[in-house]
Design a protein around this ligand. Structure first.
Ligand SMILES: *Cc1c(COP(=O)(O)O)cnc(C)c1O
Length: 393
């Protein structure tokens, strides 16, 4: 096991005293420092006024940009925009791209519903075409197929680093190399990967990366962020502008900001923004590698436990598997497993075809249990959860 002080990590996570939390892909449990920072900002707003609080904690609010840049190894804080969630962050970048009839967007089999809906929406409006790159024999995006599918009509490669429905970790750096060689824009949805596995935008080589605060990063809800490579920012025309994204400089003229904050808007969740910065720092303090190693070991234990029971099947694909464990047990309804767990204060969720339709239709799976572990979970918690499943059989 990775060298982490699990007792300390659990002691500073208030939720660990109340629940067995296997729903980290839904929302991770906030640690005490994140909670305190977020509440601290709310208290300050209540006590001295919202604008005055923003001025007083201006440094903390600005620090969040540095903390995010540090977390994902971005060159410049100017490459970071803070947006209310991963979906809107993703959309702000995606909808700013110009597409023409015949242009192609390449994506993965495991793409997330909201992203696919935006691709289809834009394709319907512009005449661009969405093309799904097939999997290789391990169930991850086939890098060989991707190479053969590239032509001068391909304008964007866009995929989720880790899908919402399983342990698969896509080979995003290899895909990035191909995108760069081909000179194609490259977008990564890192919603499930930030805080779960190392995410390094230099290594990935992406132009855009979107993520949320509340999942493996353990930040407050209602915050997320977008990274945009500084080289591409000037060419991007956001679909919406306001007085924060641009400045009204003459009666008939505005000037757009030259950093990634052209994708933000003025009013936002300031308390969440402070908390997000602390969540990034907290993840870095623990060590992304160490946390990742621990949670992957726990997930591997859970997978082998599931496979050891009659009719137990895990459905996680890929060469490298992360902390999201999806499974079914023959003869048991996934909803009944989640409900039986809920009675014992074990939090988990199901993952259905509606979230990842290309993948689940291809595999003929309607619904699975999704148990997503974090580094603060324990083997005892896994034992307890599996005992309940066995009792249902
Ligand atoms: C949860 C999730 C999203 C959406 O994130 P929000 O913050 O809810 O907008 C996007 N992509 C993947 C892969 C997800 O799991």
């Amino acid at each position: 096991m990775a060298n982490l002080d699990i007792k300390k990590l659990r002691d500073e996570t208030p939720g660990c005293a109340n629940v067995t939390h296997l729903n980290n892909a839904g929302a991770g449990l906030m640690p005490q420092p994140v909670l305190e920072a977020t509440k601290g900002m709310l208290d300050l707003e209540a006590n001295i006024g919202g604008y005055e609080a923003a001025a007083e904690w201006g440094d903390k609010l600005e620090h969040t940009y540095d903390a995010i840049a540090n977390l994902i190894n971005a060159d410049h804080r100017e490459e970071i925009a803070i947006i209310e969630n991963a979906t809107r962050a993703f959309d702000m970048a995606f909808y700013s791209l110009p597409f023409e009839p015949g242009d192609k967007i390449l994506t993965s089999v495991t793409e997330y519903a909201s992203n696919v809906i935006s691709y289809l929406h834009v394709c319907q409006k512009t005449g661009a075409e969405l093309v799904v790159v097939p999997n290789d024999q391990h169930g991850q995006m086939s890098v060989d197929a991707l190479e053969t599918m590239l032509d001068d009509k391909v304008k964007l490669i866009s995929l989720s680093h880790i899908p919402t429905n399983g342990g698969l970790v896509q080979p995003v750096a290899e895909i990035g190399r191909i995108a760069r060689e081909a000179g194609v824009l490259y977008m990564v949805d890192a919603c499930q990967s930030v805080g779960q596995v190392p995410v390094d935008v230099q290594e990935i080589g992406c132009d855009f990366l979107a993520a949320t605060s509340r999942k493996y990063l353990r930040g407050p809800r209602g915050t997320g962020f977008l990274y945009v490579n500084k080289e591409v920012i000037p060419a991007l025309d956001p679909v919406m502008l306001d007085l924060h994204a641009a400045t009204w400089v003459a009666p008939d003229r505005y000037e757009i900001r030259n950093d990634a904050r052209r994708f933000e808007n003025w009013e936002t969740n300031f308390a969440g923004k402070v908390g997000l910065g602390v969540a990034c720092d907290y993840a870095m303090d623990i060590g992304i590698e160490a946390g990742s190693e621990r949670l992957r070991e726990l997930a591997a234990t859970l997978r082998s436990e599931i496979e050891s029971i009659p009719g137990g099947k895990t459905h996680d694909l890929g060469l490298v598997k992360g902390g999201i464990v999806t499974f079914t047990v023959d003869g048991l309804d996934p909803d009944d497993i989640v409900a039986a767990w809920a009675k014992e204060k074990i939090n988990a969720n199901t993952s259905s075809v509606r979230s990842t339709r290309f993948d689940m239709e291809q595999r003929g799976i309607e619904k699975m249990v999704r148990a997503s572990v974090h580094y603060y979970n324990t083997e005892e918690e896994i034992e307890k959860a599996m005992g309940i499943v066995k009792n249902l059989m």
